[in-house]
Ligand binder design. Structure first.
Ligand code: UDP
Length: 194
């Protein structure tokens, strides 16, 4: 597929439904997948942080998170189909995980927030298989957490540390893990917990 470049970030020109279809296919095929939902803040930040920029280039998919990305693409003469908010992509992935009995790990936010987010997810999707959850306030460079998450074999790993922390951790996680779709979801657990 052709990518749409905005300040050097390669966005996938897919609708929300198309993203979810591909991500499900990759889950079914046990292909490890680094998904980034990039909003204008992330694009601007990547200009200032080379390490982070190079990380984003390693993503398997970059979703256009926000109307600012859609507008920029149009201005550049390479329109993209639609805005794909990270929060909606996360809800879609949880829905698919529920339907296909995939294992989900929630990592990030404060202890009581992630706990409530998991409780709400279990109410919304009664067949959801929660592989585990953990708050986000630990030493992100400690590989013990990577080993732990890997050991429970999640198919979907939702990482809510905020950028750029979450993408950096995901990159290390996927180097070690055998499979799983990993995505940084920013402040989404704070929303899902409410
Ligand atoms: N967070 C975390 N570990 C950290 C820093 C932040 O788990 O070391 C969580 C925080 O509790 C919140 C989420 O990351 O749920 C997003 O944080 P923030 O609002 O600072 O980031 P942004 O949404 O602006 O990227």
């Amino acid at each position: 597929d052709k990518k749409v470049s905005i300040l050097g970030i390669p966005f996938d020109n897919l609708t929300r439904v198309e993203f979810l279809a591909r991500l499900l296919a990759r889950m079914e095929a046990n292909q490890k997948t680094f998904l980034v939902t990039a909003n204008p803040e992330i694009v601007m930040y990547a200009k200032e942080d080379d390490e982070y920029y190079n990380l984003l280039l390693k993503a398997d998919y970059v979703a256009p998170d926000g109307i600012g990305i859609v507008r920029a693409a149009k201005k550049l003469g390479t329109p993209i189909k639609e805005r794909v908010p990270g929060f909606e992509l996360m809800l879609g992935l949880l829905e698919l995980s529920n339907m296909h009995k995939k294992r989900v790990y929630f990592i990030g936010a404060k202890e009581e927030i992630v706990e409530k987010a998991v409780n709400n997810a279990e109410k919304l999707w009664p067949n959801l298989v929660v592989a585990g959850y953990h708050h986000g306030y630990f030493d992100h460079s400690d590989s013990a957490m990577i080993d732990h998450v890997k050991s429970v074999e999640p198919d979907l790993i939702l990482v809510a540390f905020g950028f750029p922390r979450q993408e950096k951790w995901i990159h290390e996680y996927l180097k070690a893990a055998g499979h799983g779709i990993a995505v940084g979801v920013g402040g989404s657990f704070d929303v899902l917990s409410g």
